[in-house]
Design a protein around this ligand. Structure first.
Ligand SMILES: Nc1ncnc2c1ncn2[C@@H]1O[C@H](COP(=O)(O)OP(=O)(O)OP(=O)(O)O)[C@@H](O)[C@H]1O
Length: 624
């Protein structure tokens, strides 16, 4: 164990040696006794071996932790890869059909279902429609969400994902997307699912934000902006939102409110607010809500901590499309006719885009409608699309049912199962099962690694706490006269005697002609003291006066204790004056922080829009 102040003595010894070796040849310098190269400070409080052992344990735990983190990253990418392959095998665009539950009074239905096929019988004809999966009338919300859950993972992995509910009015699109109390639909479940998966995934950090809009007659309306006036007027609120797309194909809706959501409850509150805005704004425009598209966007920002600081932004679109209607059947006129036309046009544009993507055409006609423009970066390459086509089991709706199923057939285009042999289908299914098994095993391994990481994190924290506690004890001594940090001015005098003694000792071990004479030692001591007293005089005006009236070797009236106090007081004052700029910057950080928190509610994932949106944020804050 080192003696208190020994480190400082060694520093002085080194200084003395360096000073005494000035002007010596390299060979002469080599004859000097070797001194430790590491200069220690006052470490008398902690037994060195204990401290070293503790530090060694911490660093070995940290090494183990980084190994585990790399393993976690590897497993995570293995899982991602397997999931991606499954989704590719299943198809990046999948079409499901959900049949609305039967009206109890009407027992017979022209519709019969199989796992992936719907047969419509009418007037002696039979039509088969193949989809990726059929949800028969007795299917639950849980069954439907089962197909959505895996693509939530894809969204968190960085893919843009789109879930679209299509169908005739009243066939259950809103039921599927929103659901009812106790029978939550895809949107609330997706919100819960995302937050759940984020809490499980420690390989990256995530932040979510949310936006909701409505597309009506080609106009875009922000559903998070409160507009009481829209409730009581026949005038359709004009939209001020426009769709922007960057050169890399990324789409942003200028001016759309995007709120950061940090937990499920907050996200549900915003979703409820958006739904409310949609349902109340059309009171005087009969049932117009079913002739508009409602889009919920969840933006996911993923920061891959372990793989450096890569930032991946992905979007999850959950879309309740407007009701597809045959205009002739409804006999619509005027505004209703316009609405119907607009809906049909945008739905047919959506069908064209999906069919073109399926057929891998060079040109994808995104620009044919606002809806397809908005979704253009979430329908194409690398994106995952789920189209849920809703149909009615009723005889009365048979024409609409055939229309909807034709839409589904077109969306599935090339990849209809008729073109895929049974053998190929089986092999595909087997590969999918194997990959699912692989994912399950990887998830198990990931969980084990997560547990190990948690255990080691706790251990590191425990050890750090012990180390910190010891250091705190050590730090407490900073204020004490023996502390190495306050030794520099007056306190050094105390140790000076010892230092001089040490200098003598070390000087005696050098050739005699190099040893300082008594006179030079006296001179050195005097000049050192002068230097220090001068330092104090600069620090303290009072001491300047005292120095002016007193000689150096006099029995000074300033006790060393007094000087210590002044020195410490000055240090404090000095620190506090130094802390002023710190305070200012802290304030500025705070004020920035408060600014941020004010603007936090409205942000955009697109950095190019930040300036424009900042101005918009101001306007929004007035509105909200
Ligand atoms: N699978 C289902 N199970 C139970 N109820 C359902 C189901 N599908 C629809 N419904 C009920 O049918 C009614 C109409 O459904 P919903 O409003 O979801 O249709 P929609 O297609 O969204 O209509 P719109 O196009 O007008 O918005 C609702 O009362 C809903 O609860």
């Amino acid at each position: 164990m080192r003696e208190a102040g020994e480190g400082m003595v060694m520093q002085l010894e080194n200084f003395a040696l360096e000073a005494s070796s000035e002007g010596m040849t390299e060979t002469e310098k080599m004859e000097l006794p070797s001194m430790p190269s590491v200069v220690y400070m006052d470490v008398n409080v902690v037994p060195e071996h204990d401290k070293e052992r503790l530090e060694a344990t911490i660093s070995s735990l940290q090494a183990e932790m980084s190994e585990l983190r790399s393993k976690q990253t590897l497993l995570d990418s293995k899982r991602r890869e397997a999931l991606n392959r499954i989704l590719d095998l299943k198809g990046c665009i999948r079409v499901f059909c959900r049949v609305k539950c039967k009206d109890e009074k009407k027992v017979s239905s022209p519709i019969s279902t199989e796992v992936d096929k719907i047969t419509v019988r009418s007037a002696g004809t039979r039509k088969d429609f193949v989809v990726d999966r059929v949800f028969p009338p007795e299917s639950t919300q849980d069954d439907v969400f089962g197909e959505v859950r895996p693509i939530l993972r894809s969204a968190l992995d960085g893919h843009n994902v789109c879930v679209l509910a299509y169908g005739q009015t009243g066939t259950g699109k809103t039921h599927t997307m929103e659901g009812t109390n106790g029978h939550h639909g895809i949107v609330p479940r997706a919100i819960g699912g995302l937050f759940h998966q984020i809490s499980q995934d420690k390989s990256a950090s995530f932040s979510l934000s949310m936006g909701m809009l409505e597309v009506y007659l080609g106009s875009l309306r922000d559903l998070f902006v409160h507009r009481p006036s829209a409730r009581i007027t026949h005038t359709i609120p004009k939209s001020n939102l426009s769709v922007l797309s960057s050169s890399d194909g990324t789409v942003e809706i200028e001016g759309l409110t995007d709120v950061p959501v940090t937990d499920v409850k907050q996200a549900h509150r915003w979703y409820a607010r958006g739904k409310h805005a949609r349902s109340t704004s059309w009171t005087n425009v009969n049932d117009a809500s079913s002739r508009s598209h409602c889009l919920t966007r969840i933006t996911i920002t993923r920061l891959n901590g372990t793989e450096g600081s890569t930032k991946v932004i992905s979007k999850l679109w959950l879309v309740d499309l407007g009701g597809s209607e045959r205009l002739l059947k409804t006999g619509a006129t005027g505004q209703t006719l316009d609405e119907g036309r607009a809906i049909n046009l945008s739905l047919s544009a959506l069908g064209d885009v999906i069919a073109a993507l399926r057929m891998k055409r060079n040109h994808i006609p995104y620009r044919n409608s606002k809806l397809t423009q908005i979704l253009s970066d979430s329908l194409g390459d690398g994106s995952k699309v789920l189209m849920l086509v809703h149909i009615s089991p009723s005889e009365d709706d048979i024409a609409e049912t055939i229309c909807s199923l034709s839409f589904a057939k077109r969306a599935r285009a090339v990849e209809s199962s008729r073109e895929v042999s049974e053998d190929l289908k089986k092999r595909k299914q087997q590969s999918i099962s194997e990959l699912e098994q692989q994912i399950q095993e990887t998830e198990g391994d990931l969980q084990k690694v997560r547990n190990q990481i948690e255990r080691i994190e706790n251990l590191i924290q425990e050890k750090m706490k012990t180390l910190r506690a010891t250091y705190l004890l050590h730090d407490d001594m900073n204020e004490s006269p023996r502390s190495p940090l306050v030794l520099d001015h007056v306190e050094v005098e105390e140790g000076n005697k010892k230092a001089v003694k040490q200098v003598r000792r070390s000087a005696s071990s050098v050739p005699r002609f190099m040893a300082p004479t008594e006179c030079s030692r006296q001179r050195q001591k005097t000049s050192e003291l002068m230097g220090r007293w001068r330092t104090i005089s600069v620090m303290n005006r009072k001491s300047v006066d005292l120095f002016g009236s007193q000689s150096l070797n006099c029995s000074t009236p300033i006790s060393s204790q007094n000087l210590k106090k002044r020195s410490v007081a000055y240090k404090r004052k000095d620190l506090s004056s130094q802390s002023n700029p710190l305070n200012i910057s802290h304030n500025s950080i705070e004020s920035k922080g408060s600014l941020l928190s004010k603007t936090k509610n409205v942000s955009t994932s697109n950095p190019n829009l930040r300036v424009a949106l900042h101005q918009h944020r101001r306007r929004m804050s007035d509105l909200i």
